[in-house]
Design a protein around this ligand. Structure first.
Ligand SMILES: [Zn+2]
Ligand SMILES: [Zn+2]
Length: 110
């Protein structure tokens, strides 16, 4: 989408906003229309798209961002790199377990 093209604010049909400014506008406008904001669904392909809940199904079939492979359905989590292979052996326990050093008579609670 042309970032300079004007798009209609989903909260107020009289608002025409530059596409590049829409995210900021939505944040502000959302506060002015909390009821409406709740009834709007966010497009899974583009978080800037707010459409009425009943129209979401239709929108996702027609969403212009659908074909660009910019699906935002999956959250942006960078997979954590695989843990480095263990190169060193676990520390060797040289000492016997403490219980062996401690005769039961001394250790026994009084
Ligand atoms: Zn607006
Ligand atoms: Zn969309």
């Amino acid at each position: 989408m042309d970032p300079e093209s004007l798009v209609q604010c989903p909260f107020d049909g009289s608002h025409r906003v530059r596409a590049s400014r829409l995210p900021y506008h939505l944040v502000r406008c959302e506060r002015n229309h909390p009821q409406l904001a709740r009834s709007l669904a966010t497009c899974p392909f583009n978080a800037r798209h707010r459409v009425p809940q009943p129209e979401l199904r239709r929108h996702v079939t027609e969403c212009p961002d659908r074909r660009h492979g910019t699906a935002q359905r999956t959250p942006h989590v960078t997979p954590s790199p695989p843990a480095p292979p263990l190169t060193c052996a676990p520390p060797i326990v040289l000492c016997p377990p403490p219980i062996a050093l401690c005769p039961p008579l001394i250790c026994a609670p009084h």
